[in-house]
Design a binder for this molecule. Structure first.
Ligand code: ZN
Length: 500
């Protein structure tokens, strides 16, 4: 058998093992009774181990070194070899005993965290979190990197490093904090009508209809209920989304659905020929998040989008929305708040929450911030950026699961990268589609979706993020399109003059 054919067949087996594990995960997070947890954890771990063994196998290394010697990166097969080699090198760097230790410790720490969070007791998890930091540092030692966090960033957002992100984020934060201050000095919009009776069945039907209008293909997907919404891909023919419903607030289900739809549009529109290979997936966490945020915020929270949709929403929920004008509604769904919780925060303050976490995890890995000092460091930074101190650690450094179940580092920057990229992609799309606003206002989403498919989706993981952004937007990633977008949108909404 020729080496490329053998490689592809091996990659398909790995992809199938991973997909089988993901079906089990999807079930675990949707329909599985709680009693299934122990066995399910074991089953998923077994499939993941089998996939890992094949990914790190000696034969895989031989095939890749033979193929990469002659691969032309400008071809699809060359891109495939490049991506597979990267996966192989990552899979073989860290000894499996350490991986197992990290995974076991993650389960113990997660269980302790759920208790500590509800008890608002940081001391309960402190020693376990200290061990997690030590394990994270040991993991990073296996990579030749300038900063320990680079070992983790590279996994999620290839091409980025602590150094490049610190520069990018510092320039973003310097401009963002004054924007937030100016907006928060203005009266808050009325949101009272959002807290009303919004029946669950109607919410689900409305959200699914919106998802379908945006282009989500229900013949190659489905939507189910879960606790923490996610998108999951088993193959190009089966890309699923999940949601949850708060009967007193329709925005959670609707904007959550649009967010997951954005992730799914990416996965459903990848070239189907890439199925079963490492190219058949989004290229990075940041680029993936750029698509969920683009559809959720730049489209879903825009005035044109609601010109089209608001009459339908009023028809669906006549009681709470009767007499609420489109302008008042638009202001309410774009309220900027001094919130303490990342996942509930608006698009203006959101990145401040992310950059706080990124800077603190860098400091922890550098040995500059001791775990014992984490709660105070967190609270001080919240006060500096948002002018509000968390009253409890539950609303502070215990709020996110990330540091309490996986190694510390690399899990947050993708959210802000995604926000920055979303504005940059959208600005490029607006250039290419001069009538984009008019199209959104008429409920015509195909032109935008097709532009994104051509520029981003269909390529899957063929290009690394920096290459993809350069190709699609003609420029390197920059915070400027995002900051321009915020000023242009929120200036008029809040009656703030941001200057020219
Ligand atoms: Zn997302």
């Amino acid at each position: 058998m020729n080496a490329l054919v053998e490689l592809k067949s091996e990659l398909r087996a790995i992809s199938d093992l991973n997909a089988a594990a993901m079906v089990l995960e999807w079930d675990q997070n949707t329909y599985m009774p709680a009693g299934g947890a122990t066995a399910r954890g074991r089953q998923i771990a077994l499939l993941s181990r089998l996939a890992h063994e094949r990914r790190a196998a000696k034969r895989m290394g031989e095939l890749l070194s033979e193929l990469s010697a002659t691969a032309d990166e400008a071809t699809v097969d060359g891109a495939l070899v490049r991506r597979a080699l990267r996966d192989y090198q990552r899979a073989t760097k860290v000894p499996s005993e350490l991986m197992e230790k990290i995974s076991n410790h993650g389960s113990t720490l997660y269980a302790a965290w759920t208790e500590a969070r509800s008890a608002n007791d940081f001391a309960m998890v402190r020693p376990l979190l200290e061990q997690n930091l030590e394990l994270s540092k040991r993991y990073a030692e296996y990579f030749e990197v300038d900063h320990p966090i680079d070992a983790f960033i590279d996994e999620h957002d290839p091409g980025m490093t602590a150094a490049s992100l610190k520069t990018l984020f510092a320039s973003l934060r310097a401009e963002l904090v004054p924007i937030v201050e100016k907006l928060l000095a203005k009266p808050a919009p009325d949101r009272s009508f959002l807290d009303a009776d919004y029946p669950q069945e109607k919410q689900l039907a409305f959200a699914a209809a919106v998802s379908e209008t945006l282009g989500y293909d229900f013949d190659r997907g489905r939507q189910d209920l879960t606790h923490h919404p996610f998108m999951i891909r088993f193959s190009s023919g089966d890309v699923r989304i999940t949601t949850r419903v708060d009967p007193r607030d329709f925005t959670d289900c609707l904007f959550g659905t649009i967010h997951e739809t954005g992730h799914a549009l990416y996965e459903q529109n990848i070239d189907r020929a890439f199925d079963g290979t490492p190219l058949g997936a989004g290229t990075s966490t940041g680029v993936h998040e750029s698509q969920s945020r683009l559809w959720e915020n730049l489209v879903g929270r825009s005035r044109p989008f609601w010109e089209h949709l608001y009459p339908k929403l009023q028809d669906t929920f006549p009681d709470p929305l009767k007499g609420v004008s489109l302008d008042d509604f638009h202001r309410a769904i774009n309220a900027v708040e001094r919130g303490l919780v990342r996942v509930d925060s608006d698009e203006v303050t959101y990145n401040l929450h992310v950059m706080l976490r990124f800077d603190l995890e860098c400091a922890m890995l550098e040995g500059e911030l001791a775990i014992a000092d984490l709660p105070e460091a967190w609270n001080a930074r919240m006060e500096a950026d948002l002018g509000k101190r968390p009253p409890t650690n539950t609303l502070g450094c215990l709020q996110d699961v990330h540091w309490y179940c996986i190694p510390i580092g690399g899990a947050f920057q993708g959210y802000t990268l995604g926000n920055l990229m979303s504005a940059q992609f959208f600005a490029a799309a607006t250039q290419a589609l001069p009538d984009l606003e008019g199209q959104l206002a008429r409920g015509e989403f195909a032109p935008l979706r097709e532009w994104l498919t051509e520029q981003v989706y269909r390529h899957g993981a063929t290009y690394f993020p920096d290459e993809l952004i350069q190709r699609a937007t003609g420029a390197k990633l920059s915070p400027k399109p995002f900051l321009d977008y915020l000023r242009k949108k929120y200036g008029p909404l809040y009656g703030v003059d941001f200057g020219a």
